[in-house]
Design a protein around this ligand. Structure first.
Ligand SMILES: C[S@@+](CC[C@H](N)C(=O)[O-])C[C@H]1O[C@@H](n2cnc3c(N)ncnc32)[C@H](O)[C@@H]1O
Length: 290
């Protein structure tokens, strides 16, 4: 799913995302097409419905600069693969949220695969980018992969993510913009009290989407058979709508930083013991081998 398709009303969109995530879980076909489009950059265990490939995981790992035990938020987490992979790799706690209840329950079920017995280290909930329900300054790091472009109000969503980000923390998000347009991320960051720390270009990403969409079109009959007519039609419409625009698009990973407070005023993130009702800072032996 590309982040740039025009959003509709929230309930309509959550139903559409529920349908997508349910359909994808019924068949390996969608995952196989992502794998073919990404080639050796496809991280099979993450199995994202996004541009999340090995280079993106590496960049997010580097840009977050998190320490073990801190809280990572995966905003618009889908089925949770990227956040869970990062939680395991960085030994951090994870709070993921998504509009889709189906995605949230699939993400919850995947915790054991990534975290073993330390499932309490990760919590997933239904929430929206502009209304997360998370406390002020509670996240040491936030990732948002191909979800912000789906928000009906991106300015408000960035302000909300800024609100939950602790002093010193980083919000790392994929953005896709038309090359002919001036990006709005500097203003959005400023309005959220954040600074733009890094803009990492992802020049290969539009071509990956083009390969994926062509594969969807080439496998239209298979998609209809395995996903059903409604879901297949929605994906094929997205492919046909997006394909002509891709050569003019620029994809980046944006890192926004909240300046640190003075050392004597720790934020709630430094006092929080757990991301959620499950509780528990990870101990070193909770880290699952990769
Ligand atoms: C392209 S998928 C990416 C999912 C995940 N980040 C990944 O990398 O696999 C976009 C996700 O954003 C979610 N989403 C869209 N709009 C949202 C919103 N306003 N608030 C929360 N989640 C949203 C969708 O339900 C969907 O799971």
């Amino acid at each position: 799913m590309n982040p740039t398709t025009a959003p509709g009303p929230d309930t309509e969109r959550s139903v559409a995302y529920d349908a997508f995530h349910s359909a994808r879980a019924r068949t390996g076909l969608v995952g196989r097409l992502y794998a073919e489009a990404m080639g050796e950059d496809y991280p099979a265990e993450v199995a994202a419905s996004s541009s999340c490939d090995w280079p993106l995981l590496a960049l997010m790992t580097a840009r977050l600069r998190m320490s073990p035990g801190q809280l990572l938020v995966d905003a618009g987490c889908g089925t949770g693969g990227a956040g869970l992979w990062l939680a395991r790799a960085l030994a951090v706690r994870l709070a993921g949220f998504d509009l889709s209840t189906v995605a949230v329950s699939q993400a919850t079920a995947r915790r054991r695969y990534f975290l073993g017995d330390a499932t309490a280290r990760a919590d997933f909930r239904v929430a929206e980018l502009h209304r997360t329900g998370l406390p002020d300054s509670s996240a040491h790091g936030i990732v948002c992969v191909d979800a912000l472009g789906r928000s009906t109000d991106r300015d408000r969503a960035v302000r909300e993510l800024g609100r939950i980000l602790a002093p010193g923390g980083r919000l790392v998000m994929t953005r896709s913009v038309r090359r002919s347009r001036t990006p709005s991320w500097a203003e959005q960051a400023g309005a959220a009290g954040l600074t733009v720390e890094h803009i990492d270009e992802r020049p290969a990403e539009p071509a990956m989407w083009a390969r994926l969409y062509r594969l969807w079109v080439a496998h239209a009959d298979d998609l209809r058979r395995e996903l059903g007519d409604t879901q297949a039609t929605s994906m094929l419409n997205e492919a046909r709508q997006m394909l002509p625009a891709l050569p003019g698009r620029r994809a980046v990973l944006l890192t926004l930083h909240r300046p640190p407070d003075t050392p004597e005023t720790p934020g709630p993130a430094d006092r929080m013991g757990a991301p959620d009702r499950h509780g528990g800072r990870p101990t070193p032996d909770e880290r699952t081998p990769q």
